[in-house]
Design a protein around this ligand. Structure first.
Ligand code: PG9
Length: 609
């Protein structure tokens, strides 16, 4: 069962999918334990090209998901960032981060960076520095230049490598990188992602010795129906029985419901100053796990550093770009063929070759921002992101079904019932993390009385959104607490057809494609660290910044906004009466309330003229 869970839930996260490249024929494998400055040994697997007539850069990925398999002669099914880099020949290194799998030490989720370390003080930056120092001095045929890459948590360790970076580190590609667990993965704007509850099993338990056997257990829920399971479970405290006391991360999540020092010190954006290595940030525009990270890491480095820094955002879900499948689709929506392979060959390989093998001072043939238009289904290059030509355009939630250029008086209202929450998808199964809902058809939601719908007339010409979407809601509630969810939707025309490539030949007639979505837990509307209740029935401003989009709404389509207050079980239920800590709310705290959204609520788009 554990192996099945690992294959089903964790393997896809790391992008390690099968490949027909014969690794053993071209690489020798060596496993070493590298000693860090505090004496802890980190287990490191080194794949060196068998052709020793040349020198090669070192490409490293540091991971909490295991640098397995172990044992002589065994090779990972896919050892490199992509097959082109494997075929060219690079020294490829994987390392179990401190406290995971075969490495020693104690694990700490999103371990906080320690500025100005001294003596035996350690963090992921010092572990990376010490590892690179050992590699460049002990691995044969290396050319003295090192690259780091990684997807998701390995993306976070890639970003971390930029801090107090080793002089041999020349190119880093943080991909789907976590930047802050209060906005990536486990929370979105303070709302706890209940759909991640399962993942605390993977990251909550301490192992007591280096091991290549899973030491954690996923809870056995007895059903695949995740919506019903969590609805029946009720308050979050009822979930404790599935996790033993020693699930450290589950305890930490419950004890830190606000953006307090526990989360703040683990955020990495605050430390991204004067970055020296070249950086290529990669992410998926439909990445349900880490979308905040890529955009904010790119933007922070742009603001604080003069290094080469580029952004690549494609039509991908979490980690899609590392796979070798031909047909690229997210959920029901098909985007084209060979998109990932073309990116791997023409972007990722070019980036690493330029800075690790070529003349780094020469002009690189890559744009500042390489962005996929998820409406036109084509790539575009920009000199800046967001593009300088983007201009603000306001629309207002001006009435029933009316997304208008001007506000109106009055408000729309709906009853929000925690006992009948809005599903986040029509296909909710027990998953390690939510992954495929980001382009789902939202018609099911549009037809619910507790989802407010506003849309434009049929567009008479294409409209391209390029950049953030800011929802400036004016709301009220009969209660004292509420969550607010805003969804941006591309409504396809009645005659839209599915594509031949779509095996299910799904007709896209009237398809309500979700383009972007975000939640704001209302208590955090003025501060993530100092939450406050709503005053019943008082008109209150709630601003929600939705992550950037790059989407052309084509002529004949409509742009639709949906507003709702539950999004289950993607996020946990809000009791809708104010309690200090929702993780400790009681059954009696959960109450049906009537919410209002006023017609002067504004949605500010960035439109490419
Ligand atoms: N960011 C992803 C994740 C982190 C922690 C728990 C579950 C998922 C990832 O590393 O894939």
């Amino acid at each position: 069962v554990l192996l099945l869970l690992f294959v089903l839930f964790v393997l896809p996260v790391t992008g390690q999918t099968g490949t027909d490249y014969d690794v053993a024929a071209h690489y020798t494998k060596r496993e070493v334990d590298i000693i860090m400055r505090d004496g802890i040994k980190l287990h490191t697997t080194i794949y060196s090209p068998k052709d020793t007539s040349k020198e090669y850069p070192i490409l490293m990925s540091r991971t909490p998901y295991s640098s397995r398999p172990y044992g002589e002669g065994q090779f990972r099914s896919k050892i490199g960032p992509n097959e082109y880099l494997m075929e060219q020949g690079n020294i490829i290194v994987y390392q179990d981060v401190r406290g995971r799998w075969m490495s020693e030490g104690i694990y700490d989720n999103m371990r906080a960076f320690i500025p100005n370390k001294s003596g035996k003080q350690v963090d992921e930056a010092s572990d990376t520095y010490d590892t690179i120092e050992w590699l460049v001095n002990n691995v044969a045929n290396n050319n003295g230049r090192v690259g780091v890459w990684g997807i998701s948590y390995p993306g976070f360790y890639s970003t971390y490598s930029l801090l107090d970076s080793h002089p041999a580190l020349k190119a880093v590609s943080p991909q789907a990188s976590i930047s802050d667990f209060f906005f990536d993965d486990f929370h979105h704007n303070g709302a706890y992602l209940l759909s991640y509850w399962y993942a605390t099993a993977l990251f909550g338990y301490e192992k007591n010795k280096p091991t290549d056997e899973a030491w954690y257990e996923f809870p056995e829920l007895g059903t695949q129906d995740q919506y019903q399971f969590f609805l029946d479970a009720g308050p979050l405290s009822n979930l404790d029985k599935y996790y033993k006391e020693d699930n450290v991360f589950w305890q930490q999540l419950k004890e830190h419901p606000n953006y307090d020092e526990f989360w703040q010190k683990r955020g990495i954006l605050q430390h991204l100053n004067d970055v020296e290595p070249a950086v290529m940030i990669v992410g998926g525009l439909f990445d349900a796990e880490d979308l905040y990270g890529p955009f904010n890491i790119y933007e922070t480095i742009e603001e604080t550093s003069d290094n080469f820094n580029m952004l690549v955002m494609g039509p991908w879900s979490h980690g899609d770009w590392a796979r070798t499948k031909e047909r690229q689709a997210v959920g029901n929506v098909y985007f084209g063929d060979n998109i990932s392979r073309d990116y791997q060959k023409e972007v990722e390989t070019v980036f690493f070759n330029h800075f690790l093998k070529g003349d780094a001072a020469s002009e690189i043939i890559l744009p500042e921002a390489y962005m996929f238009d998820t409406g036109l289904k084509t790539w575009k290059s920009y000199e800046a992101w967001p593009p300088k030509a983007a201009v603000k355009k306001s629309m207002f939630l001006a009435g029933d079904q009316d997304l208008a250029p001007t506000p109106a008086a009055g408000a729309e209202e709906f009853v929000s019932d925690p006992k009948k929450p809005v599903p986040y998808s029509e296909d909710i199964k027990v998953v390690f993390t939510p992954r495929k809902y980001m382009t789902d058809d939202q018609r099911f939601a549009a037809r619910r009385p507790d989802v407010l719908v506003y849309e434009t007339e049929v567009l008479e010409e294409d409209m391209t959104l390029a950049g953030e979407v800011l929802a400036k809601l004016n709301v009220s509630t009969t209660g004292t607490a509420a969550d607010w969810v805003v969804k941006v939707i591309d409504v396809f025309p009645p005659d839209a057809e599915g594509t031949e490539e779509m095996q299910d030949h799904l007709k896209m007639s009237n398809y309500h494609m979700m383009v972007r979505s975000e939640v704001m837990r209302g208590r955090f509307r003025n501060s993530f660290s100092d939450p406050e209740p709503f005053e019943p029935n008082k008109k209150t401003a709630v601003n929600i910044k939705l992550q950037d989009v790059h989407h052309t709404f084509k002529k004949g389509h409509k742009l639709q906004i949906q507003v709702q207050s539950t999004w289950f079980p993607l996020i946990d239920l809000n009791p809708q009466t104010y309690v200090d800590n929702i993780f400790k709310a009681k059954e009696s705290d959960f109450k049906k309330q009537t919410h209002k959204v006023f017609h002067d609520s504004e949605i500010i788009f960035q439109v490419l003229e």
